[in-house]
Structures are given as structure tokens and as C-alpha cells.
Design a protein around this ligand. Structure first.
Ligand code: HEM
Length: 315
């Protein structure tokens, strides 16, 4: 994701000053945004900032602006040499009414990093956990990959459109383990309105519990069963789009504020999972069976991180 957005790779094995800074910014950001802010519930506390959340946020904002501005400045020089390879280049190439100020550009870029990295990583972890728990499903995915990709080369992005079973597996994981189970956490009614026959006055904060909808027995048959087959039939595929047109399965939200990174997120997850399953057989680690317990932080994570045993599939 860092490569798509900034054109940079940050290897945790080769720490340098820039990698350390990005790690600190992301860690601090996740911690602060993931905290229960008392002032959200008792607005009169806001002025006192008792948990120092506003104070910490303002410190991160100036560090983020400095960090991202440096990257934009470096790209500006490259762009004048006509190289367009990442999202910074795309934003810099906008002209006329679409042109963004530097501070708007920094905000967009950081939002992409912030919203697009942990969701993708967590999603991949949930999919692999399910593959370890359901070896017969893992094998079916691998058979599909071998048919499309063969055994002598690696998966390429252009292989993805030919796959049918892996997308069904990914949909089923998004249904049972959505990284954003409450979508954007809170929505504010800006006018008096009626939802499902119930009056909702202006100023009401509402949460959409997509997690519950996607496990609702009135909507899904055997909702707790992991059954990718439910998405396999051609008609069902059209019916159950995950992109927001079907409110039974909207893990990226729906409407104007739905996830703008859904296509990039889905493609990235599909490509990496396809590559990892094509290259390796995934099995439970002897001492650490897969545990599907969830912990809701900024995203919904596995409480016990996945530990596995890998066996290369090709010599
Ligand atoms: C599997 C990966 C991902 C999942 C499951 C996911 C899920 C979500 C969800 C549920 C929302 C809230 C939507 C709503 O409230 O209706 C959201 C918002 C957002 N996502 Fe994603 N996302 C993913 C990947 C990405 C990527 C790759 C990017 C960017 C590179 C991204 C950028 C954003 C942004 C900027 C928002 C806020 C939109 C707004 O407030 O208007 N996401 N995402």
C-alpha cells in the first residue's frame, strides 16, 4: 500500500529514520483514534481534554504534514521529469478545478495510508486463518490457482479476473470477519428523518452494525457456517456485490461515504492471498491452534495473531 501511495517500501528488517518515523506515526495514530474518548459522550468535558487525545492528535498532525510534505516535494521534482508511477504523482498531475492544495493532498495521502494498510493486512490474516481451519477449501482454491496460473510461474494481477472460487472465499470472509464491522463508527443525522418507520431527530449519532447484518439468520441461511459456495452461483454473484449496492453484504459501506479504496483493497487482498496460497500450504502451528476471537480496535483484529506452519508447494 505504501508503494502504491508513496512509491516507497518500508521494510521492517531494514529500519532507517524514515521507516522509524512512519511506524511511530501509524502506531500513535491508531492508538489515539482507537481510544474511547469520554468527550464524545460528555461533550462538556471536551474543553478540558482529560485524556490528552486532542493534544496528542495535534502533535501527530504536524508530524504527518511534515513527513508527507517532504514526500510530495520529492515527487514534484520527479513529476517534472514526467514519471507517473504512484498516487502522489496522480494527485500532482491534477489540473484546473481538480488541483489540490498541498495540505489537502497531505490529508488525502495520509488517509489512504491510514485506512488502507491495517484493513488490508487484517483482511489477509482472517482469510489465511480460515484457510488453515478449512483445509478442503484451501485445497479447492489451490486447484483453481494451479489451473489458471500453472505451477511454473508466480501469480500475476492479470490472473485475478479468471478466478471464481477465491473471490467467493474472500466474500465469505468479508461477511464473517469484516475489518470495519461498524463502518465509520458514527454517523450524525443532520436533519430530522425517519429510518425504518422510526423517527430520528437531527443531532442523533447512529452506528451501522454491518457485522450483525452479515450474520443475521433472517438474511443468511446457516449464517455462522463458513460456506464460500453461497456466492458461487452466477446469479448470486450479481446479487451479492460487496461494493455497496446490496445492503446485506456491505463491508465497505454504501453511498457517498463508502470506502473509496474498495477496488484497490479487494485487488490487493486477492492478489496477495492468491500468491500466498499458490506458493505455500498453510497449516496450524502445533502449539497455537487458530482462535477466531475478535478484538475491536480501529479495525476488527484477531485477538490471538495467526501463527502457522508453511510448506512450499513447488520445488
Ligand atoms: C479490505 C480492505 C478495506 C476494507 C474492508 C475497508 C473498509 C472500509 C469501511 C467499512 C469504511 C467506512 C465506510 C462507511 O462508513 O460507509 C471505509 C472508509 C474508508 N476507506 Fe476503506 N477499506 C479497505 C481498504 C481501503 C483502502 C485500500 C483505502 C485507500 C487506499 C481505503 C480508504 C478509505 C477511506 C479514505 C475511507 C473514508 C471515506 C470517507 O469517510 O468518506 N480503504 N473503508
Amino acid at each position: 500500500m505504501m508503494h502504491s501511495v508513496f512509491g516507497r517500501e518500508y521494510g521492517l528488517c531494514s529500519m532507517n529514520k524514515e521507516t522509524e518515523e512512519v511506524c511511530e506515526l501509524v502506531e500513535e495514530g491508531y492508538e489515539v483514534l482507537g481510544m474511547l474518548n469520554w468527550s464524545d459522550h460528555l461533550p462538556w468535558l471536551g474543553a478540558f481534554d482529560p485524556q490528552k487525545i486532542r493534544f496528542r492528535c495535534s502533535k501527530i498532525v504536524s508530524r504527518v504534514n511534515q513527513f508527507v510534505s517532504q514526500i510530495i516535494a520529492e515527487h514534484r521534482v520527479r513529476t517534472s521529469e514526467n514519471k507517473t508511477s504512484d498516487f502522489v504523482d496522480v494527485l500532482l498531475s491534477l489540473q484546473g478545478a481538480d488541483k489540490l492544495s498541498d495540505s489537502d493532498m497531505a490529508a488525502v495521502l495520509w488517509e489512504m495510508i491510514f485506512r488502507g494498510t491495517d484493513t488490508v493486512a487484517i483482511m489477509i490474516e482472517w482469510i489465511l486463518a480460515r484457510m488453515v481451519l478449512h483445509p478442503e477449501i484451501q485445497l479447492t482454491v489451490q486447484k483453481e490457482l494451479d489451473q489458471i496460473v500453472g505451477k511454473s510461474r508466480r501469480v500475476r494481477e492479470c490472473d485475478i479476473p479468471a478466478m471464481t472460487y477465491l473471490p467467493a472465499v474472500i466474500k465469505e470472509v468479508l461477511r464473517l470477519h469484516p475489518p470495519g464491522p461498524l463502518l465509520s463508527w458514527a454517523r450524525l443525522a443532520i436533519t430530522d428523518t425517519i429510518v425504518d418507520g422510526r423517527p430520528v431527530p437531527a443531532g442523533t449519532t447512529a452506528l451501522v452494525n454491518m457485522w450483525a447484518i452479515m450474520r443475521d439468520p433472517e438474511v443468511w441461511t446457516e449464517p455462522m457456517e463458513f460456506k464460500p459456495e453461497r456466492f458461487l452461483n452466477k446469479e448470486a454473484d450479481v446479487e451479492f456485490s460487496v461494493l455497496g449496492s446490496d445492503l446485506r453484504l456491505a463491508p465497505f459501506g454504501s453511498g457517498r461515504r463508502s470506502c473509496p479504496g474498495k477496488a484497490l483493497g479487494l485487488t490487493t487482498v486477492t492478489f496477495w492471498v492468491a500468491s500466498l496460497l499458490h506458493e505455500y500450504e498453510w497449516k496450524a502451528a502445533d502449539q497455537n491452534p487458530v482462535d477466531l476471537s475478535e478484538t475491536l480496535k480501529l479495525s476488527c483484529e484477531m485477538t490471538k495473531p495467526l501463527t502457522v506452519k508453511l510448506r512450499p508447494r513447488h520445488a
